[in-house]
Design a protein around this ligand. Structure first.
Ligand SMILES: [Ca+2]
Ligand SMILES: [Ca+2]
Ligand SMILES: [Ca+2]
Length: 829
């Protein structure tokens, strides 16, 4: 149904846009060839506040370079500044308008934005029924934001004056009393004012009534003018590295009605057609595997048919056509059309590239060994760099010193940030702010931030244990000394790295169980101003115990305590379901660590037994929906084992949800269990094939605000295991789906999502803890393609700061280790 709907939209768009004026299209956004103007197709959701993904957004020649158009309360809003809630959105097709109602509940402040197509421009106007509240007068304004990496070094004119947007934030700021600062997320503060009681406010780069940005770059050029309001141009990077260039007009005091009017005209290159995106595996292909490139085409691209060539780069420097074939149309999927080029027939090892029309890809290999190194960067570099409570070094470079030497305090009651909270009771023997001894050992940084997310750390240990028990990888490229709290990359120490990673994860988790009595939700930042830390993890806190009897920033005479409240907190509200998960992983860890670290194995087993008993008792007293679901799943799984589960209506959904668990238990069961599973695996084989109809890439594509790589990896792991145990039902050809997607065969661009050894063109930037350097930590896996409603996929590779598309997590990256290990195992057989 969706396919048909979008196909019709595509046809309409090509015929009605010939006038070259902006039209309000069937998907409720303004469109002309090369320009999409979205008015709150995506609204601010409040979860992490400003995520640079909402409000009025402009997709300019295929790239979403402008967003954040809304009434905002700051010159350059940061992530944790307040965002408006959209309370209403009306599309008026006759008038060609989109009207949204916005509300700041904290200030009982309502406004409306009306966007109206006017020729090639859109008018954006702010309407007020009541004047701006006193407290926000001079602060509330109409803002819109420009992507720095697409606008820096570009020229602009403001009322005829020339300028160039700076590559780095070097404009000017003032400070103002904190009392004038609009409230931030839940009353937290993103900045440490060092006792001055003042906040930093950027000054504008330019002020006027008529600005054209990127006068030197047609695909980015945009003109914004206003007769009734002053336009001010700011650089948001003065406050935060993830800030954008901001244009704003402060709303006038005491006025109602139409208070600010902008005319916004993005330049459109006449007849612009997006360059085809030829998706293929940047890692390359082994000779025997299916090889299908997916080519993404602009809906106005006339070349929807024709043929493509596989070109061979010969050792003597010449190029020859190795294979030529007609492309096969797949059809439309969201805003683009898709064709496929199948060159599976080519099996000769060599260096190749694909040519389609005037477009050529970079080169790639066809060779028996292309997949050999796909997990090495992740296990040798990414994972050890994320080892907490250790000094981590590589060659001449220190990644970080030993973090959080002062340990963790018992969290007081808090409705916190990063989705954490601490209930009224601590559920421990500790008083709020009391040191919980010994927690600063082991564990892994969560992601682009530095907390120990307990659930994720449990997943990490689970993932490594599964990898170890199935494949026993003996790879040793990392030196780990728990005694010295020292890690060195690329220095073998005679011990398999995976065992050392398991040990490192378990050290923290077991210590939590021993000291707290159960598992913490997280060991995380107490203050927002060090949560967004970018730099050496060892400098997040001062390493000194917080002593509230000292003045802020004062250090005790013995040099051991400070008055700076930067110590991390342990969030300890008891969750018996998490305890049960931990108990499961402790039992497995005890099995794996026996003979390697007997003491830790015994401690893990002891905590497993205690936590399981206590958690089951607690859950029996307070069962919830999830427990009933888990119980139902368990009955169903047992039914499979007993042969009593039959073709119920929920069969397919249950298979999708539980097949991995069932496959994992095959080694522990007798041979009849494997036979009983066959119908479920057959069902799953149909599910795998169903993706060929759902989208051109043949994998499950997620549409959430965290792009879908975890679901894709889960799918890939299950496909791999299903093939390993049932090669007659799930054929070897199926296991390449997810590898293709990860390594470059996906929408938007064709770069590998894994900063990986072996890929010809991996992504360059990721949301790692070195993101301020526009860099990556090798081996990271990006969440991937972020979907923006109603029809846009995106993955920036020049701007690392959008976590939903570029952040790698410890759980996801260790999931990739299982995927890659099982994939290599299959391929190399
Ligand atoms: Ca986190
Ligand atoms: Ca080692
Ligand atoms: Ca401290």
């Amino acid at each position: 149904m969706k396919k048909i709907l979008f196909f019709i939209t595509g046809l309409l768009a090509t015929t009605t846009l010939s006038a070259q004026d902006l039209q309000l299209n069937d998907l409720d956004y303004f469109e002309r060839q090369g320009v999409n103007i979205l008015v709150f197709s995506n609204s601010f959701n409040g979860g992490f506040n400003d995520e640079k993904n909402s409000g009025i957004e402009i997709i300019h020649h295929g790239v979403r370079t402008i967003q954040g158009g809304a009434v905002r309360l700051n010159n350059t809003p940061e992530q944790w500044d307040l965002v408006p809630m959209m309370t209403d959105r009306k599309v008026n097709r006759e008038k060609g308008t989109i009207e949204v109602a916005l509300r700041y509940a904290d200030y009982d402040f309502n406004s409306r934005i009306i966007a109206t197509a006017k020729g090639k421009a859109v008018e954006i106007a702010v309407w007020l029924d009541k004047p701006v509240p006193e407290k926000l007068a001079g602060e509330a304004g109409l803002n819109i934001e420009f992507l720095p990496s697409q606008y820096w070094l570009k020229t602009y004119t403001m009322d005829g004056r020339l300028g160039r947007l700076p590559r780095y934030a070097t404009s000017q700021t003032i400070t103002r009393p904190n009392s004038e600062k609009p409230r931030q997320f839940k009353g937290f503060k993103t900045y440490d004012d060092r006792g001055t009681d003042r906040f930093v406010d950027p000054l504008p780069l330019e002020t006027g009534h008529d600005i054209t940005l990127a006068t030197d770059t047609p695909e980015r050029m945009i003109r914004i003018s206003s007769d009734d309001a002053e336009l001010k141009l700011y650089d948001g990077r003065m406050l935060a590295q993830n800030g954008w260039f901001v244009l704003r007009s402060v709303l006038p005091k005491g006025k109602t009605g139409k208070v600010v009017t902008w005319t916004v005209e993005p330049h459109a290159i006449p007849g612009w057609i997006r360059e085809p995106n030829i998706g293929f595996s940047q890692v390359g292909y082994i000779p025997e595997q299916p090889k299908v490139a997916v080519i993404e085409l602009d809906k106005n691209d006339p070349i929807q048919a024709g043929s493509a060539n596989l070109m061979r780069l010969n050792p003597d420097g010449t190029t020859t056509i190795a294979y030529s074939a007609a492309v096969k149309p797949w059809g439309p999927y969201y805003k683009y059309n898709y064709v496929k080029f199948d060159f599976s027939a080519v099996k000769e090892p060599g260096v190749y590239f694909i040519q389609y029309g005037n477009s050529k890809t970079n080169d790639f290999l066809i060779d028996e060994h292309v997949y050999d190194k796909i997990t090495d960067a992740t296990t040798d570099v990414w994972v050890p760099i994320h080892m907490n409570h250790m000094y981590v070094t590589e060659g001449y470079r220190t990644w970080h010193g030993e973090p959080f030497k002062e340990g963790y305090l018992q969290a007081p009651e808090s409705d916190h940030f990063d989705l954490h909270s601490q209930g009224k009771s601590t559920d421990t023997k500790y008083k709020p702010y009391e040191l919980i001894p010994g927690l600063n050992v082991g564990g892994f940084f969560d992601a682009g931030d530095f907390d120990i997310e307990t659930g994720s750390n449990i997943n990490v240990v689970q993932n490594f244990i599964r990898t170890w028990e199935l494949f026993h990888p003996q790879r040793d490229e990392t030196f780990v000394s728990q005694e010295q709290r020292y890690v060195e990359l690329h220095r073998p120490d005679g011990k398999p790295d995976i065992l050392q990673f398991i040990e490192h994860g378990v050290l923290n988790l077991v210590k939590q169980a021993e000291q707290i009595g159960h598992m913490s939700q997280t060991l995380s930042n107490s203050v927002l101003d060090n949560y967004h830390h970018l730099g050496d993890a060892a400098s997040i806190t001062d390493g000194l115990h917080y002593d509230p009897s000292l003045k802020p920033y004062e250090i005790s005479a013995d040099g051991k305590r400070s008055g700076t409240p930067d110590d991390m907190w342990a969030f300890t509200t008891r969750n018996p379901r998490l305890d049960l998960q931990a108990a499961g992983v402790f039992s497995s860890a005890a099995r794996v660590l026996k003979g390697y670290n007997d003491d830790l194995a015994a401690r893990a087993q002891k905590q497993a037994d205690r936590l399981r008993k206590e958690a089951n008792e607690l859950i029996a007293k307070r069962p919830n929906r999830r427990d009933r679901q888990a119980e139902a799943d368990n009955d169903w799984l047992t039914g499979i084992g007993d042969g009593t589960t039959t073709g119920a209506s929920q069969f397919s959904r249950n298979v999708i949800r539980n097949l991995q668990t069932m496959l994992d238990s095959i080694p522990m069961k007798d041979a009849t269990y494997k036979d009983k599973l066959r119908p479920a695996v057959k069902q799953y084989a149909e599910y795998i094939k169903s993706f060929d109809k759902q989208n051109p890439y043949g994998v499950p594509i997620g549409l959430g605000n965290w792009a879908g790589v975890n679901a894709v990896l889960n799918f890939g792991i299950t496909v791999n295991y299903a093939h390993i145990y049932y090669p007659d039902i799930v054929s070897k050809d199926e296991v390449y789906r997810v590898a293709n997607w990860l390594y470059g065969c996906h929408p938007y661009h064709n770069y590998s999502f894994v900063a990986v050894v072996g890929a010809a063109r991996p992504k360059q930037v990721f949301y790692g803890n070195n993101r301020a350097d526009f860099s990556a930590i090798p081996g990271n896996v990006a969440p991937g393609l972020l979907f923006r409603k109603p029809d846009h996929f995106e993955n920036f590779d020049d701007w690392p700061f959008l976590w939903g598309q570029n952040e790698g997590t410890i759980a996801g990256n260790t999931q990739y280790v299982i995927f890659g290990s099982s994939f290599k195992n299959i391929v190399n057989k």
